[in-house]
Design a protein around this ligand. Structure first.
Ligand SMILES: Nc1ncnc2c1ncn2[C@@H]1O[C@H](COP(=O)(O)OP(=O)(O)O)[C@@H](O)[C@H]1O
Ligand SMILES: O=C(O)C1=C[C@@H](OP(=O)(O)O)[C@@H](O)[C@H](O)C1
Ligand SMILES: [Mg+2]
Length: 184
């Protein structure tokens, strides 16, 4: 019953976590499972600037990217019952943390360094923050960034689980809350 009070159905859900942990993929699957709309903030930024994130970082710069990221997160966090995946750097900004944590249910996706590094090849070309860093520097960033994900409402570990398995675990955990809300 305490979950019902903390996570009412009308609250939107925000996925946070390190680059490549699966926020976009898993957020989309959870939205499908719960029949809710899905918003990926990076996709929204790319639509606004009409270019990929790597180009935005190169031509307009990270500062402008972060401002747009904050503005869009603030806008979408005011909507009800949607699923939002934010970029891994969004929680660097205090205002973003506050707006997400006060308006939405924040779900942190976690992964071990050992599992994450197997995924680097898949994401390196589309994540400008990682470009040009050594493996040691990426590892240091991975552990440093963990500090910004400690503020959340729920946490799920993704190690040794497929995208679908993580999404289904999350959906199952959220279902009792949705059902409680349906009957209230
Ligand atoms: N649990 C998982 N197991 C294996 N691959 C995964 C898993 N979750 C995500 N991926 C893959 O990792 C890559 C990054 O996923 P993505 O959803 O874009 O992460 P994020 O949005 O957190 O950066 C994609 O290629 C995705 O298919
Ligand atoms: O962690 C970061 O600073 C970033 C993460 C990316 O999103 P994902 O976490 O979805 O990869 C994207 O917002 C941008 O490349 C910057
Ligand atoms: Mg993403």
């Amino acid at each position: 019953m305490s979950n019902f009070k903390m996570f009412p159905k009308e609250k939107s859900i925000v996925f946070i976590g390190f680059m490549g942990v699966g926020k976009t993929t898993i957020g989309k699957l959870v939205a499908q499972n719960l029949n809710r709309s899905f918003i990926d903030i990076d996709e929204e930024i790319e639509k606004e600037y009409k270019m990929p994130t790597t180009e935005i970082f190169k031509t307009i710069g990270e500062k402008a990217f972060r401002e747009k990221e904050k503005a869009l997160i603030t806008k979408f966090c005011s909507q009800k019952s949607i699923i939002i995946s934010v970029g891994g750097g969004a929680f660097l900004q205090k205002e973003v943390r506050e707006v997400c944590l006060s308006n939405c249910t924040v779900i942190a996706l976690d992964i071990s360094w050992e599992q994450w590094k197997e995924r680097l090849d898949k994401i390196i070309d589309s994540r400008p923050v990682l470009k040009g860093l050594s493996m040691e520097e990426i590892e240091a960033l991975f552990y440093k960034r963990k500090e910004i994900y400690v503020t959340h409402h729920l946490k799920f570990t993704t190690d040794h689980l497929t995208e679908e398995e993580v999404a289904n675990d999350i959906t199952e955990s959220l279902k009792p809350i949705s059902e409680l809300n349906d009957s209230n």
